[in-house]
Design a protein around this ligand. Structure first.
Ligand SMILES: NC(=O)c1ccc[n+]([C@@H]2O[C@H](COP(=O)([O-])OP(=O)(O)OC[C@H]3O[C@@H](n4cnc5c(N)ncnc54)[C@H](O)[C@@H]3O)[C@@H](O)[C@H]2O)c1
Length: 309
């Protein structure tokens, strides 16, 4: 039975990934310090939990010891927060990632899957693809780019089995604590507040359902491919205005919008080409936006404490 350590396993992606790996028969260890993640997302699950910080070398070494693979999700994940505090963003996303890579190198861990994003590409024209030169426009984009670079370097120099996945915009269950646009909008719908659109709402995103993404992580863990980078997305762009219309249909609620200022570091048009993941990882997303939003809304409605999220 394969043993996998998930850093950040108490977060949005982590909570979904833990469940998928357990279903698939893996043994799971989670390393999380719960700065943003939620202990309750892991309640009742048959996992080993190490509560600690990826910045701590001893903790990281303990967390990866004896594992067949590591999925590194723990991070500072917010573009606005990276603009507010670029040093913290760098410490966690660059030095924290380096710390884990080093722990994996020392312990001869065969597989290391790194959670990246389209933010490293920044100013590039969409669709985002693996051959584009990164031109980040936010500290978060720069720190994720550095993380990607160290993953590829640890493969190039020491042969560590690293693989980088650039996640598009995720949505799905267990996102109640996140600042993702779908989560924010659904909380507002559930509590009767207007949806706050940054700018005119014409900016586009490639929204991918978190369970589809978790299947890509699973394939990356099981694949022999190393030193490679993949865009994980749907290949479809949806504007924020279109998203609000879809949410009105899914939730069957009257929705009002307000328009605020466009945020610093926000990318205008953003979607990804996914042919490399289809050809080499044999992965494709299978959940339509409507079906995924329905599942996500059902999860939010099941939360009695939605007003406090
Ligand atoms: N959610 C998205 O739309 C999206 C898009 C692209 C990339 N990503 C990347 O996916 C990964 C997971 O994102 P998420 O949405 O699940 O975020 P999240 O905030 O829900 O999860 C991050 C987890 O890491 C933990 N963590 C933070 N700092 C830590 C530390 N120092 N030590 C140990 N644990 C720590 C948090 O407590 C949390 O459980 C991140 O690397 C993020 O950059 C997310």
């Amino acid at each position: 039975m394969k043993k996998i350590c998930i850093t950040g396993g108490g977060g949005f992606v982590g909570a979904n990934l833990v469940r998928l790996l357990l279903q698939e028969g893996y043994t799971v260890r989670v390393l999380d310090n719960f700065t943003t993640g939620q202990r309750c997302y892991l309640d009742g699950l048959n996992i080993e939990l190490i509560e600690g910080d990826i910045m701590d070398e001893v903790v990281s070494a303990t967390a990866v010891a004896g594992m067949d693979g590591v999925v590194h999700l723990a991070a500072q994940t917010s573009v606005p927060d990276s603009v507010e505090n670029p040093f913290y963003d760098c410490q966690l996303n660059v030095l924290g990632t380096l710390n884990l890579l080093e722990a994996c190198r020392q312990a001869n861990i065969p597989r290391f899957v790194f959670a990246s994003s389209n933010a490293p590409l920044g100013r590039q024209l969409p669709p985002a693809h693996e051959e584009q030169a990164p031109l980040p426009i936010s500290p978060y984009g720069a720190s994720k780019l550095a993380g990607e670079g160290y993953c590829l370097a640890y493969h190039g120099t020491w042969g560590l089995g690293t693989i980088v996945l650039r996640f598009a915009n995720l949505y799905g269950p267990f996102s109640g604590h996140t600042k993702g646009v779908v989560a924010q909008f659904l909380k507002n719908v559930a509590t009767g507040r207007p949806l706050e659109v940054h700018g005119d709402g014409q900016q586009t995103r490639d929204f991918i359902y978190v369970v589809d993404l978790c299947r890509a992580i699973l394939l990356a863990l099981e694949s022999e491919l190393c030193g490679e980078l993949f865009q994980i997305a749907t290949g479809t762009e949806t504007s924020i205005l279109e998203l609000t219309e879809q949410l009105a249909e899914v939730t069957q609620q009257a929705i009002t919008r307000t328009h605020g200022k466009r945020r610093l570091g926000d990318i205008g048009q953003n979607y990804s080409a996914v042919s490399k993941a289809a050809e080499r990882l044999h992965w494709q997303p299978t959940t339509s936006l409507k079906a995924g939003l329905n599942e996500t809304w059902a999860w939010f409605q099941s939360k009695e404490d939605i007003r406090r999220m």
